[in-house]
Design a protein around this ligand. Structure first.
Ligand SMILES: C[S@@+](CC[C@H](N)C(=O)[O-])C[C@H]1O[C@@H](n2cnc3c(N)ncnc32)[C@H](O)[C@@H]1O
Length: 453
């Protein structure tokens, strides 16, 4: 860790994260499993930020701003091991950095450089400019989030991209009710542990119908952390604000950036698509007349329960990767999970009639709208064929040859399936000249090999 110290910060925010690093992570258990949020994996970022055309293992500079206990540091450290890309992580809390470092050490990773500084100090710390800035769950804890975003914008390369998460207002209504309640119940000289215990007493007997009982699945992970850090972060934080979609647009554009894409924690942009919630023709006709921003504002209000906004932002317009013969379709690092979760769709499609739609939620663990897959002549063969290795053109040629159908017919079916998957961000594209990025399985295997050395 560099020996600098934070200069510009709010004292109680720093003290909280020194005492209760967040999220709770035990370095001793490091490597037992690997979960990733696909859109912030290299696979997802290459698709979203660089049209699937850039190998992000070559000379890329990444800044993790507010790295906490190291989730993103572990992900990028693993994905970029043995490459010449550079990963810099900073945080206000030295204790959090210590945990992140212990996790990396347990994995045998030494390719992340840590700085104990504030985001507000970073532009003057000589860190240089970055291709990617990851800032998740941090800016809403700054007393002046505008200053925080402006500091990050100064360090973003002209063609770089930021991946940001901030709290969403409507889905956190229940959290703000409990925060307000706890402010009324606490007194100034209580310790953090006493405040946690008081909050726990309330949560043990929440009256039926309280909003926190309605949408608590959104916050369960936090509430369960054994050290109370999640509970404190959620209900007792001194500095916490939330945004609506229009507020995010105004905020981001005010910093000289543009919104590129919204997605959910598990990568689902359909959360921000009004048609996901209602297909009544009267309403869909109105949705069609709206701008992208208005459509996203409407979707947030229709969902009513989005608790966190994940989005990418940039200085220059960016184009998502496009479906074409020389691109490879991949499920991203959590490929094994999707292969497993999509299996019931394949069984249902086998029994369906041509033109039928099979619907379901391929992510039972979040609140996303359902995925619909249309039964076409080639859909099942196509679902089996997506392997993250063969290009779209090769798959089309192989299926056309095996079925005796024309490549054009197979391509039409493929495009329909791709668009259905894409609406749910189940797949990503990369150019065939770029070797595959690591999957979660590759990462677990490397970690196991390291442990047995
Ligand atoms: C809720 S945690 C999120 C950690 C991590 N990004 C994650 O998603 O797991 C917020 C983190 O932001 C850090 N933080 C808050 N204000 C900061 C500032 N001004 N500069 C740098 N880090 C800050 C805290 O110390 C804490 O580790």
């Amino acid at each position: 860790m560099s020996q600098t110290a934070p200069l510009h910060y709010k004292t109680d925010v720093r003290e909280q994260y020194e005492e209760l690093p967040y999220p709770y992570r035990d370095p001793e258990k490091e490597g037992d499993s690997f979960m990733s949020c696909d859109p912030i994996s290299l696979t997802g970022l290459c698709h979203t930020g660089w049209a699937g055309m850039r190998d992000l293992r070559k000379g890329v500079r990444i800044l993790i701003a507010g790295c906490g206990t190291g989730d993103a540091a572990v992900l990028y450290g693993e994905e970029l091991l043995g490459t010449d890309s550079e990963i810099i992580a900073l945080d206000l809390s030295s204790k959090s950095i210590e945990i992140a470092q212990a996790r990396l050490k347990k994995r045998g990773l030494s390719n992340v450089t840590f700085h104990h500084i504030s985001i507000l100090d970073a532009p003057d710390a000589g860190l240089g400019e970055f291709d990617l800035i990851d800032c998740s769950g941090v800016l809403h804890h700054l007393p002046d989030p505008d200053a925080g975003l402006a500091a990050l914008a100064k360090m973003l390369k002209a063609d770089g991209m930021m991946s940001i998460m901030v709290y969403a207002q409507y889905g956190r209504y229940s959290v703000y009710l409990v925060q307000e309640l706890m402010r009324k119940l606490m007194h100034a000289n209580m310790t953090r542990q006493e405040k946690i215990e008081l909050t726990q007493s309330f949560l043990n007997n929440v009256p039926e119908g309280h909003w926190i009982t309605v949408n608590n699945s959104l916050f369960l992970e936090d509430i369960r952390f054994p050290d109370g850090s999640g509970l404190y972060d959620l209900f007792l934080h001194s500095t916490d604000r939330a945004y609506t979609v229009p507020q995010i647009y105004d905020w981001v554009e005010g910093a000289g950036l543009m919104i590129h894409q919204f997605y959910s924690s598990m990568a689902d942009e359909s959360l921000y698509t009004p048609e996901s919630y209602n297909s009544d023709p009267k309403l869909t006709a109105i949705f069609k007349e709206k701008s992208t921003r208005e459509r996203q504002e409407i979707a947030e209000l229709m969902n009513g329960n989005i608790a966190r906004h994940f989005f990418s932002a940039s200085k220059e317009p960016k184009i998502l990767a496009q479906f074409a013969d020389d691109m490879v379709i991949t499920y991203g690092p959590m490929q094994w999970l999707f292969t497993h979760l999509l299996a019931p769709f394949i069984s249902a499609l086998e029994g369906a009639q041509l033109g039928d739609r099979v619907s379901g939620n391929p992510r039972p663990f979040d609140l996303s709208p359902p995925l619909h897959i249309t039964k076409t002549r080639h859909v099942i063969a196509l679902m089996h064929a997506i392997d993250g290795k063969r290009s779209i053109g090769t798959i089309i040629a192989d299926i056309a040859k095996a079925s005796g159908d024309t490549p054009e017919q197979v391509r039409r079916d493929f495009e329909l399936l791709y668009n259905e998957y894409r609406a749910r961000q189940i797949v990503f594209l990369r150019h065939e000249s770029i070797p595959p990025y690591k999957t979660g399985r590759d990462i677990i295997a490397r970690m196991k090999a390291h442990q047995t050395k």
